[in-house]
Design a protein around this ligand. Structure first.
Ligand SMILES: [Zn+2]
Length: 205
């Protein structure tokens, strides 16, 4: 799974120009149809996405290009889910977060549980990523819980990426978090945070 910008025209141009790289072998990707359409709740309302499928000229594998706005198998955008995680880190309960976001309480509870289960891994991985991106990052304050520490580490890594690549600033913190984990921030398996100090996330050559 590769993450790409939400701008479908931009993705199409990058794909047709061979600017997107295979996450497996680094070969150039070219268009290969579309994945199933899905809808996503965003802070601006519901949007429909039809993710592009691509094929690698090097190894022949196909890859779905997950738009940056989404996380794998989640009906809410990274920005909506991230707002919920930030609310929890600030001490809010799941019902209050759910009311504020207009999302079912059980859905919010699912995000919070999964993030809590993985909080130590997320905290550690994003702390390493921050140090890779910024040799002298500002110290992270202890936030009083592993959950809040993990949220702070994600924010710090996004800030460090923004210093290194100014265009990353245009991407929200949680879209960044989704991008560097290949959309798997809240997936059961723990992928390595895909870090590479020559590009902000995999797929951009
Ligand atoms: Zn390949």
């Amino acid at each position: 799974m590769l993450t790409v910008g939400a701008d479908a025209d931009g993705v199409e141009v990058s794909l047709r120009s061979g600017l997107l790289a295979c996450p497996g072998c680094g070969g150039p990707l070219s268009p290969w149809g579309f994945a199933r359409a899905r809808s996503l709740r965003t802070p601006e309302g519901r949007i429909w996405l039809r993710p592009r499928r691509s094929v690698c000229a090097g190894c022949g594998r196909t890859h779905v290009l997950l738009p940056l706005v989404g996380l794998l198998r989640r009906a809410d955008s990274a920005a909506v889910i991230g707002a919920g995680l930030a609310g929890r880190a600030a001490g809010l309960g799941h019902r209050r977060i759910a009311t504020g976001l207009g999302v079912a309480a059980s859905t919010v509870r699912g995000w919070l549980r999964r993030f809590a289960d993985r909080a130590e891994w997320i905290r550690a991985a994003f702390t390493v990523l921050t140090r890779d991106l910024d040799s002298d990052p500002p110290p992270l304050p202890a936030c009083g819980s592993v959950f809040a520490d993990a949220v702070a580490a994600v924010r710090a890594a996004a800030a460090a990426a923004g210093l290194r690549w100014p265009f990353v600033v245009a991407v929200s913190v949680w879209e960044f978090a989704g991008a560097v984990t290949g959309g798997r921030l809240l997936s059961p398996s723990s992928p390595a945070v895909l870090t590479n100090t020559t590009r902000p996330w995999p797929g951009h050559r």
